[in-house]
Write a protein that binds this ligand. Structure first.
Ligand SMILES: [Zn+2]
Length: 127
């Protein structure tokens, strides 16, 4: 059986720190690693039988992603792994997703770029 230790690839450290700082929860005991994922999946939160939770991120997507796209992806997956959240398909009147937990990522859209404070606060409201 494949072993999964709780370690965070240094590539993700900055974004784990942002989750801690902006959402207010320190994502301890969550692993994060690169794994080639079947399209269109770019990230996922896995829970193993022993309760270990690990975020897997597609390395090809990551290599092409902007800082905002990396941030929203890690926050989304930590929303699953740390806060236990499911997806939220809701949109507001202006057409923007109501939550970072929208099923498809929108880190390159103005919705996210100009409203990050709202999205941090929305995620933090589920603590
Ligand atoms: Zn998701």
């Amino acid at each position: 059986m494949e072993q999964h230790s709780i370690s965070v690839d240094p590539e993700f450290d900055e974004y784990f720190n942002r989750f801690h700082n902006y959402i207010g929860v320190n994502p301890v005991n969550i692993g994060a690693e690169f794994e080639v994922l079947p399209l269109p999946t770019i990230g996922q939160c896995l829970t193993y039988g022993n309760g270990v939770r690990v975020i897997q991120i597609d390395p090809v997507y990551w290599s092409m992603a902007s800082d905002d796209q990396k941030e929203i992806l890690i926050m989304h997956e930590l929303g699953h792994c740390v806060l236990g959240l499911g997806h939220n398909t809701g949109k507001s009147m202006n057409g923007c997703p109501l939550s970072i937990m929208y099923p498809t990522t929108f880190g390159s859209s103005g919705c996210y770029i100009y409203n990050k404070g709202y999205y941090y606060q929305e995620l933090a409201s589920h603590i």
